[in-house]
Design a protein around this ligand. Structure first.
Ligand SMILES: CCCCCCCCCCC/C=C/C(=O)SCCNC(=O)CCNC(=O)[C@H](O)C(C)(C)COP(=O)(O)OP(=O)(O)OC[C@H]1O[C@@H](n2cnc3c(N)ncnc32)[C@H](O)[C@@H]1OP(=O)(O)O
Ligand SMILES: NC(=O)C1=CN([C@@H]2O[C@H](COP(=O)(O)OP(=O)(O)OC[C@H]3O[C@@H](n4cnc5c(N)ncnc54)[C@H](OP(=O)(O)O)[C@@H]3O)[C@@H](O)[C@H]2O)C=CC1
Length: 288
């Protein structure tokens, strides 16, 4: 993440030195493809996988951001294929996957992290704005999923897909387009988890709540002030919280998990503001 963002979850130094939750050879020699790895959550996932012994392929639209991530990985002694690509371009995605197989001869995990949206009242969406969010988060993710599955089918090897979505269950006013796209990804994932089980492919999602990354800068100051109050922890989560969930699903711990959505939201799902007893000071004190 950029060092200037108020939502930086930690420095590059933190990414490479923070204590690991998992043993350091957990993903030894496995190949992990991470989209959107030039910043925020994707960068944390890519660097953590490298620290766990994986070889990385990373993509995103902006080469300079990817190079910065690659530098960290190489600094750790890791191997990384850097491939600028837009997940919205199916042909480019096909070429990216072919390059991964050519370079490494295998792919073990695909982490579909690339995505994003902008806040706007749904009634005001332009066709172009709607399409940008759906094409990126739903269709782009699908291009990557299908290319990975075809690779595993053609090579006769197992694989796993982990799609980063978000906590859509209560609706999110202001980002209806992304709620639609992520709901699509979740049920796409559950469905192909069934279709692709005979190919030995597991398909799961990780749904983060509010995580401190520079991606948050697209929201107003007011929204950014309120978002940490959207969960029981009353704070932003960290990119590494999401990276740990991804690692759980990629590692041996995830071997019997498929068609699942792992929620990493500090309790956003159960947080509400209806009290039959006085509201504790922790949550802002008595109701007016
Ligand atoms: C409220 C309830 C809260 C509950 C609490 C829940 C807690 C969890 C909340 C977590 C929510 C999730 C957060 C995140 O995901 S943050 C990190 C993600 N990162 C980003 O979102 C990055 C920023 N976004 C983007 O980069 C883009 O939105 C997009 C991903 C779509 C990029 O696509 P593209 O590059 O094609 O986009 P363009 O910039 O070219 O724009 C295309 C058209 O889209 C319209 N548009 C774009 N931005 C805006 C805007 N700010 N307002 C209105 N319209 C916009 C527009 O039509 C663009 O076309 P034009 O430029 O020609 O007009
Ligand atoms: N931060 C949060 O609170 C939450 C985030 N998420 C999701 O997690 C993911 C990561 O978000 P976060 O790290 O916070 O935000 P960032 O904006 O930092 O990361 C998004 C990444 O996606 C890449 N990307 C966007 N469009 C494309 C595309 N068409 N092709 C390839 N790469 C693309 C961007 O790189 P580039 O610009 O170089 O293409 C960028 O690196 C996103 O899907 C986000 O919506 C979900 C829930 C909460």
């Amino acid at each position: 993440m950029t060092q200037t963002s108020p939502h930086a979850t930690g420095s590059d130094a933190d990414l490479i030195t923070a204590p690991l939750t998992y043993r350091a050879d957990l993903l030894k020699d496995q190949v992990v493809l991470v989209s959107g790895a030039g910043s925020g959550i994707g960068k944390a996932i890519a660097v953590q996988c490298a620290r766990l012994g994986a070889r990385l392929a990373i993509c995103g639209r902006k080469a300079d951001k990817l190079e910065a991530t690659a530098e960290l990985i190489r600094g750790l002694g890791g191997e990384v294929l850097v491939r600028p690509a837009s997940i919205r371009d199916a042909d480019d995605v096909g070429r990216l996957h072919a390059e991964v197989w050519q370079r490494f001869g295998r792919l073990d995990h695909l982490v579909n992290n690339a995505g994003g949206q902008f806040p706007q009242a749904a009634i005001d969406y332009s066709v172009k704005g709607w399409n940008a969010v759906i094409d990126t988060n739903l269709t782009g993710t699908w291009h990557m999923m299908q290319a990975a599955a075809r690779g595993w089918r053609d090579h006769g090897t197992p694989g796993s897909i982990i799609n980063i979505v978000t906590v859509i269950w209560r609706g999110m006013p202001g980002v209806a387009h992304t709620c639609a796209a992520r709901a699509g990804v979740i049920y796409l994932s559950k469905t192909v988890a069934i279709e692709w089980a005979p190919l030995n492919i597991r398909v799961n999602c990780v749904a983060p709540g509010a995580i401190a990354t520079e991606g948050m800068d697209v929201y107003s100051d007011e929204a950014q002030r309120d978002l940490p109050r959207s969960n029981l922890m009353q704070r932003f989560g960290q990119a590494r919280d999401v990276a740990d969930a991804v690692t759980y699903l990629a590692g041996p711990s995830g071997a019997f998990v498929t068609g699942e959505v792992m929620v990493v939201d500090g309790g956003n799902q159960v947080w509400g503001d209806q009290w039959t007893i006085p509201r504790p000071d922790y949550f802002g004190g008595q109701r007016p």
